[in-house]
Ligand binder design. Structure first.
Ligand code: ARG
Length: 456
């Protein structure tokens, strides 16, 4: 028998049951649902709707159910429609008539919204933690190879030499913004919907702000219709995760390139690569490809929820049950990706010599020649044109740029700018990629990351 059978003469058709049950996927919410129900019970006690003794007994029964879930001994009944009804059914089995008081003033509509907010709040913190760990692994690659240089690229064409530490820190900044976004979402969702009832509140004397604070929410809802129909926090979380996924995907793509024989800038450890079932020599960067590949479904999960929410009238509609699987999937997948990528970077070997050779092409210092001419008073456009002509000749006629610069009346005193490392050393503007500007950037990144860690 379901918990809402009173109004019905016959039971639900199997085909509808199969369509509507959600226990098969929402059972993962057991801990958050019991946490919310415990606060609810205390709220009923405070409102005088339960005696102190009833509160104690209901709390005890909820605790027992939690222990059953934790030890994997909870027995699901065929009629358990979702995690909420399963827990209430079990509490009633344990306590008899008192269990029938548990749902006083509450609907599954405010219950599920509360439970999901509690789940999402915790998930956001876990994802922020894993993102910060990946940041630390990236920053650490830069520290392990403190002097390493590689070409910086635009359009995937070599552009200017950059420090490896500068390069990996660029990725860390993106992740730091992601963590800020997760915290902003966490802050916005921290409002309790419990007490909204089915949609319009209750005639009984409850105090939603009491239960809100009991569960660590900043405040209780102001509008009961909004409280049960709002899934913005799920959409925001799915967006936050999709964007982290996109950043991980960009990291993945870069690792794929770096570990090709053609680039050979880096090697992943055996523990973070896999072989081929046919080709004995293969060592594949599957971790990077999966980081890239998982992003498709993360974006899909966001799209799925946005489309589900579009056009829904107020307030709760059963469509909203479709919020869970995309959310659970995105949370699970992004944690897997973040952890595996961190491990991959922790054990990454950077081929400093190969990357340095790629960055040593004198053409990558062409801008330094132009800027030197600017220092001599030449307008930048003319300086650009002058150096561009030399570069063009060097490429077309196969003459080393150094030879052409030495022979050039205006530039001959600047030939040493083409020496390895000089370009990087001279790039000292704030936030630039050279060693002169590096300490200040590192300080700023460290300050940001440690502030974020404190907010976990
Ligand atoms: N499992 C449902 C969900 O996730 C619970 C709410 C059902 N409410 C209802 N009025 N049928 O949305």
């Amino acid at each position: 028998m379901t918990l809402w059978h009173g109004r019905f003469e016959s039971s639900m058709a199997d085909d509808l049951w199969n369509l509507s049950e959600s226990y098969s996927f929402d059972h993962v919410l057991w801990r958050h649902d019991i946490f919310g129900s415990t606060a609810h019970v205390r709220g009923l006690g405070r409102a005088g709707l339960l005696s102190d003794d009833d509160v104690r007994k209901l709390e005890g029964a909820l605790n027992t159910v939690a222990e059953e879930f934790a030890s994997d001994t909870f027995v699901k009944k065929k009629t358990d429609e979702d995690i909420h009804t399963a827990i209430e059914r079990r509490v009633t089995e344990l306590l008899g008539p008192l269990g029938a008081r548990l749902h006083t003033t509450r609907s599954r509509n405010d219950q599920v919204a509360t439970t999901l907010r509690l789940f999402t709040r915790e998930a956001l913190t876990n994802i922020a933690n894993a993102s910060l760990n990946l940041c630390a692994s990236l920053v650490d690659v830069g520290e392990r190879y403190a002097d390493a240089v590689l070409p910086g690229y635009t359009h995937t064409q070599r552009a200017q030499p950059v420090l490896l530490s500068h390069h990996v820190q660029a990725h860390a900044w993106a992740l730091a913004r992601d963590v800020e976004r997760l915290f902003a979402t966490r802050q916005q969702l921290n409002v309790s919907p419990l007490g909204a009832g089915a949609l319009a509140g209750t005639s009984l004397p409850i105090d939603p702000s009491f239960t809100a604070h009991d569960m660590g929410f900043d405040e209780a809802f102001a509008n009961s219709l909004d409280a049960v129909s709002d899934r913005d926090f799920v959409a925001a979380t799915l967006f936050d995760i999709a964007l982290i996924g996109i950043h991980c995907s960009r990291l993945g793509e870069e690792l794929v390139l770096w570990t090709t024989s053609e680039f050979n800038f880096a090697a992943l450890s055996d523990a973070f690569t896999s072989g081929s079932s046919m080709l004995p020599q293969k060592k594949n960067a599957d971790v990077a490809e999966l980081a890239r590949g998982k992003t498709g479904r993360l974006v899909g999960n966001l799209t799925s929820l946005l489309v589900t929410m579009k056009g829904l009238p107020l307030s709760y509609n059963r469509d909203l049950q479709e919020d869970k699987e995309p959310l659970f999937d995105s949370v699970r997948q992004i944690l897997l990706v973040l952890k595996a990528l961190a491990g991959a970077y922790d054990s990454l070997v950077f081929h400093e010599d190969v990357a340095a050779l790629a960055a040593s092409d004198p053409l990558l210092s062409a801008i330094d020649l132009a800027e030197w001419l600017v220092e001599q008073g030449l307008p930048f456009r003319l300086a650009h044109e002058h150096v561009g002509e030399l570069v063009g000749r060097s490429v077309r006629e196969g003459i080393d740029l150094r030879t052409l610069v030495t022979a050039d009346e205006q530039l001959r005193d600047a030939v040493s700018l083409l020496d390895e490392g000089v370009s990087l050393q001279r790039r000292r503007s704030p936030g630039a990629s050279g060693p002169v500007a590096a300490p200040e950037q590192k300080k700023r990144l460290e300050a940001r990351l440690s502030a974020l860690k404190k907010s976990l």
